[in-house]
Design a protein around this ligand. Structure first.
Ligand code: NAD
Length: 313
């Protein structure tokens, strides 16, 4: 499978590197406004291929995206310290008005994987622009809370003393401040995380839950404070999504897509558990939520709906 990546900065290059290490794709084409950067990233990643997968990693122009089945969009500005993801919106919306038609001119029917922040509204923008060329919304997928869910699983795993691989825990709604940690559905095996804690001889108190919740919600701010930006988690998440598409895996991943209705809010892009296969999103699940989670998800959907109103696309 040929994969295009537009934006060869930290996120785009890390996605390419993760794909190569996971043996996803046979050819990866990096495109960036800064052509020298794209060439340098491609050469650097190519040097690692003898240790993993002999994928062809190259840099090129938009025209070189022809034949790409998956195109990652990671171009755009990054959050500055103290800035929320929604603050980035107008800067990145302008960039997408330029790059989405340029991708479609070369690759008329790709599956878009959107990483650029604010990722939910950017996903909605791509859905609108690509929709004019006949691309259905199931083929425009935002990384959304695949990253936040990974953070939730990692912190729960450390607290419970079991591998994150076996923890099924999801963050729903916005990839951002209003995200909803789905505590009532968090499980390992068929046990609730509270019961796992009890059987492991550990506590999972309200204070523990609150500490984990804050760490998940504030993770990006903390990482940005220390190193200026985040890229490894989302790069690995994008590689995982591309793998599910390449292998028609029907993997259940929590990611963003334009959703006809969520908690009474219509036509909003946000994250829910979704089945990913060769054609993109095959199915979306609405999880069982308690009353507090339902209200929080509605609020998150309303915030995203409001944010998208300010953009012309
Ligand atoms: P970066 O600045 O390192 O890279 C962005 C790249 O986009 C630059 O190389 C730039 O030249 C390129 N670019 C800008 N305009 C372009 C255009 N018109 N055509 C082609 N290329 C263009 O930034 P980064 O750290 O890689 O972050 C990229 C985006 O990903 C940001 O919006 C960031 O907030 C977002 N991000 C998302 C997540 C997530 O979970 N979804 C996590 C981290 C970062």
């Amino acid at each position: 499978m040929k994969i295009g990546i537009v934006g060869a900065g930290q996120v785009g290059a890390t996605a390419a590197y993760s794909m190569m290490m996971r043996r996803v794709g046979s050819e990866i084409m990096l495109v960036d406004r800064n052509a020298d950067l794209a060439v340098a990233q491609a050469r650097d990643i190519l040097d690692a291929t003898p240790f993993a997968d002999p994928v062809r990693v190259r840099a090129g122009e938009f025209a070189d995206l022809d034949g790409a089945r998956v195109v990652v969009l990671a171009a755009g500005s990054n959050q500055r310290p103290g800035e929320s993801r929604l603050d980035l919106l107008s800067r990145n919306a302008e960039i997408f008005a330029e790059i989405v038609p340029a991708v479609l001119a070369a690759a008329p029917d790709p599956i878009f994987l959107v990483a650029t922040n604010p990722v939910d509204v950017m996903t909605q923008i791509v859905t609108a622009i690509a929709g004019r060329s006949g691309i259905v919304s199931e083929r425009v997928i935002g990384s959304g809370t695949i990253l936040d869910s990974a953070r939730f699983r990692t912190l729960l795993a450390a607290h419970l003393g079991i591998s994150p691989t076996y923890i099924d825990a999801r963050v729903l709604g916005e990839h951002g401040d209003s995200e909803v940690l789905h505590w009532s559905g968090a499980a390992a095996g068929n046990l609730s995380v509270g019961e796992v804690a009890r059987q492991m001889g550990r506590q999972l108190t309200d204070a523990d839950r609150s500490r984990i919740e804050t760490a998940v919600r504030r993770a990006a701010y903390a990482i940005i404070k220390g190193k200026g930006a985040t890229w490894f988690g989302v790069g690995a998440g994008l590689a995982r999504m591309a793998q599910a598409i390449e292998e028609d895996e029907r993997a259940l991943l929590t990611c963003s897509m334009l959703t006809p209705e969520c908690q009474g809010v219509r036509d909003v892009a946000l994250s829910l558990p979704r089945v990913l296969g060769a054609g993109g999103v095959v199915k979306t699940f609405m999880p069982d939520l308690d009353a507090g989670e339902r209200a929080a998800l509605k609020r998150s959907a309303e915030i995203l709906k409001e944010a998208a109103k300010g953009v012309r696309f």
